[in-house]
Design a protein around this ligand. Structure first.
Ligand code: ATP
Length: 310
């Protein structure tokens, strides 16, 4: 019959790629009454991706398998953020069947790149599509923010200002693309420990809340060159991260000696980001960093890139 199409069969599997995030500006204020610190941050999604595949499963519940970065150490049960996200969507949509999640991790684990939050965002999107549940923007944002402060940004990608504890987002219309070399280290800095160190240093009069994001927002909107962006990078957690893990300082100096335009601790660390001129400069710096040693792994990335909703 002409003019009529059969309704599309529900998909048996949905695959979603989700990028890591960096914070070119991370201003950290005082701890609030709820224990979270007030943030004034600018996020950028960068081209290091995890992939989440959601498949139908007739038995109820979530089954999660992980391959890639950290597969041997990450939890696959309810404490995994992707698992939690799938459960939330099932609850929201009153779904009685289950889901099999396959997670391919490439985002370095516990590196201040929000890998867990990215996986949660991808699982929200993948499960909602798999089960054909319409979740409005506001509701999706609420579910995401309940999973973690970085999860709402991980849904969106691009560039955005984050206020509150990072979850109150305002999109930034960035013009341009910036290149980074991402150097991970063997050490770990649990995020709460880094916030405690920020508080301790502040009590000694070291550091202050960099709450003005306007200069870097304007720079992204006008598409500044990497040279100019280098002077605008801010991380109020950097002194705390270096104080807890002094070896970060030598990695940062090493990258600068090898020609990086700027060295910037990613979030609460311990990953270090080096801003470079472009992709050729990135490859050359990555090669030199690998030869010098001191980094566990070195990745190339550029941003901004789109998130799983865009
Ligand atoms: P944050 O800054 O949000 O603390 P991060 O970017 O430094 O995080 P993640 O890779 O998100 O680092 O991991 C932080 C911790 O979260 C890990 O040590 C791990 O135990 C837990 N976690 C739970 N789910 C995941 C996941 N899907 N991927 C990575 N880590 C996860």
């Amino acid at each position: 019959m002409s003019g009529q199409t059969a309704p599309a069969a529900p998909e048996a599997a949905v695959t979603v790629d989700v990028p890591a995030k960096i914070n070119p500006h991370l201003g950290v204020g005082d701890a609030r009454a709820d224990g979270y610190h007030a943030l004034a941050t600018v996020y950028q999604a960068v081209s290091v991706y995890d992939t989440v595949t959601a498949e139908r499963r007739s038995e109820p519940g979530v089954e999660l398998t992980i391959i890639g970065e950290g597969a041997d150490t990450l939890p696959t049960g309810e404490s995994n953020l992707a698992h939690k996200a799938a459960q939330l969507v099932a609850l929201y949509g009153e779904i009685e069947t289950g889901v099999r999640l396959r997670l391919h991790k490439r985002i370095p684990v516990a590196g201040g790149l929000a890998g867990g939050s990215a996986d949660a965002a991808a699982a929200l999107v993948a499960c909602a599509r798999l089960w054909e549940i319409e979740i409005g923007d506001a509701e999706l944002h609420r579910l995401a923010a309940g999973l973690g402060s970085d999860v709402p940004f991980c849904l969106k990608g691009g560039v955005a200002v984050g206020a509150g504890r990072g979850e109150e987002l305002t999109r930034v219309d960035a013009r341009g693309s910036w290149h980074w070399v991402v150097a991970t280290t063997d050490t770990q800095i649990p995020t709460p420990e880094c916030y405690e160190e920020v508080d301790r240093l502040r009590a000694e009069g070291i550091g202050r809340f960099s709450d003005d994001v306007e200069p870097i927002v304007k720079a992204f909107e006008s598409g500044v060159g990497a040279d100019d962006l280098a002077r605008l990078l801010v991380n109020d957690m950097e002194a705390a991260a270096v104080s807890l893990r002094p070896q970060l300082a030598s990695l940062m100096h090493g990258g600068l000696e090898e020609g990086a335009l700027a060295a910037h601790v990613s979030g609460s660390g311990p990953t270090v980001l080096f801003l470079v001129e472009g992709s050729k400069h990135a490859s050359a710096l990555a090669r030199r960093l690998r030869m010098r040693g001191g980094a566990r792994s070195v990745h190339l990335a550029h941003g901004p890139v789109a998130g799983p909703l865009e």
